[in-house]
Design a protein around this ligand. Structure first.
Ligand SMILES: [Zn+2]
Length: 242
């Protein structure tokens, strides 16, 4: 009831709920979730593969629209083809996804760029905001609640974004990659993002046991691929600014 009442107040005053979660709060929760993730899942012990993902990530974040946080990139020792980001700047890539890219670094960079896009657009923070708004408004956010949200985000199967948010993260990812192209020697071809999703779509013909686990937080459709390709083509043609 309190939640509904607060929601009405917000609506009348015209505030956007997602603005209620401060960057500080977002980073604090993200840090706790990262701690939980790493206590439930093993971080891959191969220093080379972690270094590669970190190098790609740190190169890309130099070109992203959110510079007020620190970004952390790690590889999890999980065979599912998946990657995810947490509020506040933590990005995790599963070993299974890296294996699936078979050395095609532009595709791996595409996935990482997309995840950075979710952080830049504060999609997870917005989801937190919807749930936390009432308690933040009345200043009663408890430690227990913070842990509850940490648990929610740590359960990867619950982390779902809307189609619009996925499109937005794709665009932001393409933009980061496009802007990285002038950086020598680190440069990534934004086509890699589209190609990776194309590869996932092609796998849809495989038995469900294999495909249902593929990038499950990121449903890939042919429309989504067309949309990303069109945006990239427009940038290339100078019709759209990155
Ligand atoms: Zn996504």
């Amino acid at each position: 009831m309190t939640f509904l009442f607060a929601g009405c107040l917000l609506y009348i005053s015209g505030c956007k709920p997602q603005s209620l979660v401060s960057t500080k709060e977002e980073v604090n929760i993200g840090r706790q979730v990262a701690h939980e993730v790493e206590s439930h899942y093993k971080v891959d012990t191969d220093p080379q593969i972690n270094a590669l993902v970190n190098q790609i990530g740190q190169t890309l974040v130099k070109h992203c629209d959110r510079q007020n946080i620190k970004y952390t990139f790690k590889v999890l020792d999980i065979s599912d083809v998946n990657a995810f980001s947490l509020p506040g700047g933590w990005v995790y890539v599963n070993k299974g996804l890296i294996d699936a890219t078979r050395g095609r670094e532009d595709e791996l960079a595409g996935v990482i760029a997309h995840e950075i896009g979710h952080v830049v657009a504060r999609h997870a923070a917005a989801a937190m905001g919807r749930g936390l708004e009432a308690d933040i408004l009345v200043g009663t956010l408890t430690r227990g609640q913070t842990q509850q949200f940490a648990g929610l985000f740590a359960d990867l199967s619950l982390l779902h974004y809307s189609r619009e948010q996925e499109y937005e993260a794709d665009k932001l990812g393409i933009k980061e990659m496009w802007l990285s192209r002038d950086e020598d020697p680190m440069r990534y071809d934004a086509q890699g993002l589209v190609d990776f999703f194309g590869g996932l779509l092609a796998m849809e013909g495989n038995p469900p046991s294999q495909t249902e686990r593929m990038f499950r937080t990121h449903p890939v459709t042919s429309q989504r691929i067309k949309f990303a390709q069109a945006y990239l083509d427009d940038i290339r043609a100078g019709k759209s600014s990155p």
